[in-house]
Design a protein around this ligand. Structure first.
Ligand code: NI
Length: 532
């Protein structure tokens, strides 16, 4: 989606990340081993920068005939790592916090509009992030400018810079994307000074056609776990990683078995499970070996969900996700750092094109509409609502409200509320007074919360798209509300760079009301930014 427009901001941030890595000698040798990330276990999974094409993990076309029909262990196996381009429609998520001796960076992705799966992952990572902060004795406070790459492409391979002190990083990797199925592997790593310990590795799968989802253990029929473990044991024995005479999983409790199977990666031919070997010398991690079990051997032990996931991956069709509206995905602005972009004075002849851009970039916005323009273009106002954007009241025809007597102030607001409701069926939730012109008397009569802004792009002076984007991106902080106008073509042209630039810094775009958790302050109250 418009990746060509990303280059400018991305390059800047990427360069900073490279310099930081070069200057600090981050990633001390050995830390990966301590994390159980032996060269074998992750050869390609975490170090490789080159996104693999779907074909790389997708033998698809009848290669099963050349695959030995027995489980096998492979220390050098490279887990698939698909580029974001193979999974269009995934929405990137980033929750990050930094304090002098503490940092959390959590990166994940959810398919647009598949809310149950998105909600489940959001809740999981909210717990992890907040739990890490609580364990460190601080309140969770989402920040920006922490993680290179920001909220860019979903599960993009930007280095997660390990800070000094205590840190928790959660990174994601797209391991499958075919048909209606997407697979995302999550790695959770905790660092304390120079030592590091993996807390969790889980592969999640979602079928965007049915809404069904689950971790790797859900691929198997309940009760069949020990049959799957027996196949894993066979592979380990074959590779010389387990004694031939005993069952390496005899002492494994059922819950541990499910945890191990949760890290199952599905390819066209095999189900690949990372099995921990002996502990590393420091005791913090375990070496991992990939055990590949031919899918055909597992067929009797798969759940219907597991069979559907494998069928999709083996089928190898391009991943498809519903074309959800730009603002379909709920956002928790207490977990991620939010900012709002707002457009005043429309709808105009430019607004349709702006809606198209926001759809393409999956960016929610808030529009402060003039009643007189809603009356002229009711269908555009309606389309704003269908796309999930928020509507606000910008008076009927843009007077300076402090110059008007009470009845006229009320009429300006009420007539606009009526026009918006008639055109769209929704009630505007807030008022933005023209010119920001408001006083105590006006606040007392408008009957709506008043939303101003803390970042003014001054786009109406037509400074050029680049300047508009630089102001919007550069002057924003957590909770910012950015003022723009869909009355200027230069503003509309700036929108891709505004959206991309804010995301590169780590902002998640939200509507104004979303910033307040769905409930704006009371009528007559004034805000110029979200909670901070
Ligand atoms: Ni205005």
């Amino acid at each position: 989606m418009g990746r060509g427009r990303r280059s400018r901001w991305r390059t800047g941030v990427g360069l900073v990340a490279l310099l930081a890595l070069a200057g600090c000698g981050i990633v001390p040798p050995g830390i990966d081993d301590q994390a159980g990330r032996t060269p074998a276990s992750t050869a390609g999974s975490d170090q490789s920068d080159a996104p693999q094409s779907p074909g790389a993990s997708d033998p698809g076309e009848g290669s099963t005939t050349s695959t030995p029909l027995q489980p096998r262990a492979d220390l050098g196996y490279r887990l698939p790592r698909l580029g974001p381009g193979t999974a269009p429609g995934l929405v990137a998520r980033l929750a990050a916090m930094a304090a002098p001796d503490f940092a959390v960076v959590v990166r994940w992705a959810t398919p647009a509009g598949v809310t149950a799966f998105g909600d489940a992952l959001d809740a999981r990572f909210a717990d992890l992030a907040r739990g890490a902060a609580a364990a460190h004795g601080v309140a969770w406070t989402p920040g920006v400018d922490i993680a290179p790459g920001g909220v860019g492409s979903a599960c993009a391979q930007h280095p997660l810079t390990p800070p000094t002190g205590v840190s928790l990083t959660v990174d994601c990797q797209i391991v499958a994307a075919a048909g209606s199925v997407v697979g995302e592997r999550i790695s959770v790593l905790r660092r304390d000074g120079r030592s590091a310990a993996p807390l969790e590795r889980t592969a999640w799968y979602a079928d965007v056609a049915t809404g069904e989802f689950g971790d790797g253990s859900a691929l198997y029929r309940p009760g069949a776990e020990h049959r799957v473990l027996a196949l894993l044991a066979e592979g380990l024995r074959d590779g010389g990683f387990a004694p031939t005479t005993s069952d390496p999983f005899a002492a494994l409790p059922p819950e541990a078995a499910r945890t191990m199977l949760a890290d199952t990666v599905v390819t066209a031919d095999d189900f690949v499970v990372q099995v921990p070997l002996e502990p590393t010398p420091d005791g913090l991690g375990r070496r991992l070996v990939s055990v590949l079990v031919p899918a055909r051997l597992l067929a009797p032990f798969l759940s219907p969900f597991g069979a559907a996931v494998h069928a999709a991956v083996a089928g190898g069709a391009p991943f498809r996700v519903a074309d959800a509206p730009a603002a379909a995905d709920p956002i928790d602005c207490t977990l991620v750092a939010c900012a709002s972009i707002t457009f005043d004075d429309g709808p105009t002849s430019l607004t349709d094109g702006l809606i198209d851009l926001l759809h393409e970039w999956r960016a929610p916005a808030t529009f402060y509409l003039q009643g007189v323009n809603v009356e002229k273009r009711p269908e555009v106002a309606k389309r704003l609502v269908a796309e999930g954007h928020e509507l606000g009241n910008h008076t009927w025809n843009h007077p300076a409200l402090t110059k008007l007597p009470d009845p006229e102030v009320r009429a300006q607001v009420k007539r606009t509320q009526t026009a918006i409701a008639a055109a769209t069926g929704v009630t505007a939730r807030s008022l933005r007074p023209p010119y920001g012109d408001v006083d105590k008397r006006v606040r007392g009569v408008v009957g709506l919360p008043i939303v101003l802004w803390d970042v003014d792009t001054l786009d109406w002076t037509e400074p050029g798209s680049e300047v508009v984007a630089e102001r919007a991106v550069g002057e924003s902080s957590r909770g910012s509300i950015v003022l723009m106008h869909d009355t200027h073509s230069g503003t509309v042209a700036a929108v891709p760079d505004v959206v991309d630039g804010l995301r590169d810094r780590g902002f998640t775009l939200a509507t104004v009301t979303e910033q307040f958790g769905g409930t704006l302050p009371a009528a007559g109250q004034t805000v110029s930014h979200g909670p901070r």
